[in-house]
Design a protein around this ligand. Structure first.
Ligand code: SF4
Length: 429
């Protein structure tokens, strides 16, 4: 798909340019030494953009130090500030980094005020020659959008289109858009719809493609690959992130596999095309087999061209079928990748939750790193385990907090009790 070209520092995103691989730090931004060390490792691993969370104004100065130190060391990887909610923080980081990721709808609860703030933000980005990503996630669309359009892939695309229109009106074109979801079906439909709407509008911004809260291990990789590969084969997607609840360095080889396999967006299905900066040596043979199978079968399953797949490895087959939401053989897990807002060991906890709940079926369980964004991002989870910080956890049933301030070491048992008691009451219905 032909898109405009966006420049982020010395990285070009858009048709005519190879797919750009990116990831995000999961350190605390205020911990400058740890974030710098992680940025160096991510740059060395091949991340072409690095996103860093900026939860508050007090994180802007550490971000500046991180940026300037990397440049003084000759590391030119552009940095992306990840902003949630605060237009004030968004404005403050514009002079500091090359790109800013925002969800403009969250700038203010009053939609007309959010529009005014977004207009001011665009002016500032133009003044400093920055790039932006308009990033909307399923599950955190905001009241105005859900009331106006509903909570569907079409709603996500229409909501994004409103901000796209504002960029065009402001004559600001250094824009990338993303519409992530943890549900692969929703995610693929949302991107397709937005691509169609932008083509119809006649201005097509590059798309940042990813499955949010994909989880970890084989499941996280497979979920990401089935959905991202489906879109890349259609020429949709110019920059990708494989979001895993693991060390972000581990995301890079998976994203590189996808970028290598699908090469240039707009030249769909050109297997074997190589990106000169990508290194495939980082994948084990087993991992490569898994990624290949996920990419081979993702599109046929998601597009309902096949109902089953001829894989002898039943584990791999079950995982791919579940990632495409065609058959569920275990609980469906949602887990955020963690970031500077996470105040507990997310990866270890997620693995413990998975182990403890493996016996349940037909249930969606979310494990989220923070209470600020976690509940909103859990999308259609039946139960949520959300870190509050200070060793405490809140458990959710759907969107409702049902048990608050539980000590971390009791939280998994309480989660099991909650699921069990709901199953018993359902049986009694
Ligand atoms: S939900 Fe997870 S990734 Fe999102 S802001 Fe909170 S800790 Fe970070």
């Amino acid at each position: 798909m032909e898109t405009r070209t966006v420049r982020v520092g010395d990285v070009l995103i858009g048709s005519g340019h190879p797919i750009v691989v990116q990831t995000m730090c999961n350190t605390h931004t205020a911990d400058v030494a740890a974030t710098l060390a992680q940025c160096r490792r991510l740059a060395a691993a091949g991340s072409q953009l690095i996103r860093i969370t900026v939860p508050s104004l007090s994180d802007v100065e550490p971000l500046r130090q991180i940026h300037d130190t990397l440049r003084s060391e000759g590391i030119s990887v552009p940095l992306v500030a990840d902003i949630h909610f605060s237009a004030e923080v968004a404005m403050a980081v514009v002079p500091v980094v090359e790109k800013i990721r925002i969800n403009p709808g969250n700038f203010h609860p009053d939609h007309s005020k959010a529009r005014v703030l977004f207009g001011q933000f665009l002016k500032r980005c133009k003044q400093y020659d920055r790039a932006i990503r308009i990033g909307l996630n399923h599950g955190s669309l905001g009241k105005y959008i859900v009331e106006k359009y509903g909570n569907t892939p079409q709603a996500m695309a229409l909501a994004a289109l409103e901000w796209v229109e504002m960029c065009i009106e402001a004559d600001f074109y250094n824009v990338v858009v993303s519409l992530k979801a943890s549900n692969t079906v929703v995610m693929v439909q949302a991107y397709r719809e937005l691509a169609r709407l932008m083509q119809e509008r006649g201005v097509v911004f590059p798309l940042h493609v990813g499955v949010t809260e994909a989880g970890n291990g084989d499941s996280g990789r497979i979920k990401s690959c089935v959905a991202i590969s489906t879109l890349l084969q259609e020429g949709i997607g110019n920059t990708i992130r494989v979001s895993l609840t693991e060390d972000p360095e581990k995301e890079i080889p998976v994203a590189q596999y996808l970028a290598n396999r699908y090469g240039m967006p707009g030249q769909a299905g050109h297997d074997g095309q190589r990106h000169p900066r990508l290194d495939r040596g980082a994948l084990s043979e087993r991992e490569e087999t898994i990624l290949k199978a996920a990419c081979d079968w993702g599109a046929p399953l998601l597009n309902h061209q096949v109902d089953d797949i001829p894989l002898e490895d039943t584990y791999l087959k079950d995982e791919i079928m579940q990632a495409c939401r065609r058959r569920f053989y275990k609980p469906e897990y949602i887990a955020c990748p963690g970031c500077g807002r996470t105040l507990y060991n997310l990866e270890e906890t997620f693995n413990r939750v998975k182990e403890a709940t493996a016996g349940f079926k037909d249930v969606v369980i979310a494990v989220m790193g923070c209470i600020v964004n976690g509940p909103g991002e859990m999308a259609d989870a039946d139960y949520g385990y959300v870190g509050e910080g200070a060793g405490k956890v809140t458990l959710y049933r759907k969107k409702e907090p049902v048990l608050r301030h539980i000590p971390e070491d009791e939280a998994i048992d309480k989660l099991i009790e909650l699921i069990n008691s709901d199953s018993v009451s359902r049986l009694g219905d």
